[in-house]
Design a protein around this ligand. Structure first.
Ligand code: NAP
Length: 251
């Protein structure tokens, strides 16, 4: 029997069928929340695979296709979910992309593409969901930032800028909504064992492990558990915070 306050809650996890997002979706659904995975077309099949792996919690997971880089699409998905389920209690802005080049070598188009997904996307989703949360005097928003938003990272000017910007967005929306029962927090993972990290050169992964005081990659579930904690009703006095989940990589 679950005692989680998430039972019966409804929310959206962007990019919620892969990596950290899949771990978040699984934990929340197992707690009895209804999770709408919002993602690109390939996430539809991944959501089905996730549902199949979860047996009991499978019925709590649904999919809506949508690219977070476009405001009209975000607005459309949020509105459809609100009408279909009658409520949106939480939003997890998890979808993210990287494209690694030094500033000298990166193109303006790459800069715009990464910023569109990693920073404009969360802003669009928050803007789309905010009126509804304000009307209900309740909401939980968690933005997945990154340790490199604190530290910068060689070859990741666009990614680290977006993730630092996401911390600023988190704090500002937290300030603007704190009196209305809405909390807005960020989680900043270190290097986590997902496809995004697997795509890095082997030497870079090894260097990241050696730099980390715990000498290991994090697991997606270790991030997901912090997200679940922040979405819980009992976390209502926590807002505008950035939770580091990085094995001591940045303190
Ligand atoms: P991942 O395995 O690459 O998964 C990212 C998910 O986001 C995928 O499902 C992807 O769908 C989806 N997505 C990408 N662009 C999208 C868009 N425009 N609209 C909607 N969905 C989109 O990444 P991850 O490693 O789990 O990372 C999840 C989040 O944590 C990201 O924000 C990432 O920046 C952050 N993070 C990760 C790490 C790490 O070490 N892994 C560390 C710090 C922060 P497709 O696969 O179909 O493209």
């Amino acid at each position: 029997m679950t005692t989680s306050s998430l039972k019966g809650r409804v929310g959206i996890v962007t990019g919620g069928a892969r990596g950290i997002g899949a771990a978040i979706t699984s934990l929340l659904a197992a707690d009895g929340a209804t999770v709408i995975v919002m993602g690109l077309a390939p996430d539809r099949a991944r959501t089905e695979t996730l549902r199949a792996s979860l047996n009991g919690a499978a019925k709590n997971i649904a999919f809506r296709e949508g690219n977070v880089a476009h405001y009209e699409i975000c607005k459309g998905v949020v509105e459809e979910v609100r009408v279909h389920y009658g409520q949106i209690d939480f939003l997890v802005n998890n979808a993210g992309i990287t494209a690694d080049h030094t500033v000298r070598n990166m193109t303006v188009e790459e800069w715009q593409a990464v910023l569109a997904v990693d920073l404009s996307g969360p802003f669009f989703m928050i803007k789309a969901v905010l009126e509804h949360m304000l009307e209900r005097n309740y909401g939980r928003i968690v933005n997945i930032s990154s340790v490199v938003g604190h530290t910068g990272n060689f070859g990741q000017a666009y990614y680290s800028s977006a993730k630092a910007g996401l911390m600023g967005l988190t704090k500002t929306v937290a300030l603007e909504t704190a009196s209305r029962g809405i909390t807005v927090n960020a989680v900043a993972p270190g290097f986590i064992n997902t496809d995004m990290v697997a795509a890095m050169p082997k030497a870079a992964i090894e260097a990241a492990i050696q730099k980390s005081p715990e000498r290991r990659l994090g697991q997606p579930e270790e991030v997901a558990r912090v997200v679940r904690f922040l979405l819980d009703d009992s976390s209502g006095y926590i807002t505008g915070a950035v939770y580091d989940v990085n094995g001591g990589l940045y303190m």
